[in-house]
Design a protein around this ligand. Structure first.
Ligand code: GLY
Length: 353
């Protein structure tokens, strides 16, 4: 996988024009979702570099990260006359950049694509690092490939289009980056007031967060080793998300990750000596800002089963990324079913559900 160019832009038109010019193409397409089409596309629509582009729009939210939406994109590319030399711009949140990246990577064995993430989650995580895919068979990101966008252009002006939930969702991935990087970054993230956003400060934190992700992806692009650090909170988080999907409950990805972090930091205190004071401070921040995902002990078996489907598992054991401290990453940790049930007990008691 080639190294990806990630640019923090203060002049989207200039940066996008240069990016499009750097990718010689016969036809240009822009993929958005229904929400982004309304809120973000108007910022881009008037630019010369996208004039005449074929527009493709899919439904918003993770429920639409499906084979049907993917098929819609492939069909639109085919009917729009796309060739192997066409270029697609994915303008949107993680759903659009993941699904669009996969559509581009597979259409005629792969066309070039550029990501313009418009949500915090996509800026700091989804659009960076070449993971693309869709949900399938009730499991998150079950089908996909590693294939980097030619460029990722991050313009934090789009953050103003987000409501509290979408900001908080992306912020959970930033919190994860703080936990796996260093104490100073973790501490400044816990001081940030999500209820009264200072966008200038948020922009600076986004830059640091993207740098954490880029550093890790560069060291291990296809997740054979250290990239698993980015899975902190995700083994449990994906199980929460899949359960929510089955029960038609709406849960944003970052919320599930935040609750997953509570669980996996608990395991870290038990298994790898994560300091209790830092654990308590992190859990308090998550409780204050994310509320709680409610489930009862009758759902433990299903949650456990969902964890056993995780892509990161080997030989039937549930694989976790744990921490020995902030920045002290322990990949390839396992836990028994009893330990996982205990972790879920702890979660319910401490979060009050
Ligand atoms: N979202 C985790 C990763 O990109 O590896």
């Amino acid at each position: 996988m080639s190294k990806q160019k990630v640019i923090l832009s203060e002049n989207l038109e200039k940066i996008l024009s240069e990016a499009v010019a750097c990718c010689p193409h016969d036809k240009l397409f822009v993929l958005t979702d229904e929400t982004t089409l309304q809120l973000c596309w108007p910022e881009v629509a008037e630019m010369d570099c996208v004039r005449g582009a074929g527009m493709i729009t899919i439904g918003a939210t993770d429920e639409n990260k499906t084979l049907e939406s993917l098929s819609h994109v492939w069909t639109a590319l085919q009917q729009g006359g796309a060739t192997r030399h066409s270029l697609m711009i994915c303008l949107g949140g993680g759903m659009v950049t993941d699904l669009g990246g996969f559509a581009a990577s597979t259409f005629k064995r792969g066309i070039a694509y550029i990501n313009i993430p418009t949500t915090l989650l996509s800026m700091v995580d989804a659009s960076v690092g070449g993971k693309t895919g869709i949900n399938f068979g009730g499991l998150k990101n079950e089908i996909g490939v590693f294939n980097c966008a030619r460029e990722v252009i991050i313009d934090t002006k789009f953050l103003h289009t987000l409501d509290y939930q979408n900001l908080a969702s992306g912020y959970a991935e930033m919190l994860k980056h703080g936990l796996i990087s260093n104490e100073a970054h973790w501490a400044e993230l816990l001081r940030f007031d999500l209820a009264d956003v200072d966008y200038r400060l948020l922009g600076q934190l986004v830059e640091k967060s993207v740098a954490v992700k880029e550093r890790i992806v560069e060291a291990d692009p296809e997740e054979h080793g250290i990239r698993k650090a980015l899975n902190l909170g995700h083994t449990v988080g994906h199980a929460f998300e899949s359960l929510a999907l089955e029960e038609h409950r709406t849960v944003l990805h970052g919320y599930a990750v935040a609750w997953g972090i509570v669980c996996e930091l608990y395991l870290s205190t038990v298994r790898t000596g994560f300091p209790k004071d830092k654990f308590r401070q992190t859990v308090q921040f998550i409780k204050d800002n994310y509320g709680v995902f409610v489930f009862d002990c009758k759902q433990y078996a299903r949650l456990y089963e969902l964890m056993t489907h995780d892509k990161k598992n080997t030989s039937g054991e549930v694989n976790f990324t744990l921490l020995g401290g902030i920045g002290d990453i322990r990949i390839n940790q396992t836990a028994t079913r009893d330990e996982i049930y205990e972790m879920l007990d702890f979660y319910r008691e401490s979060m009050g559900c």
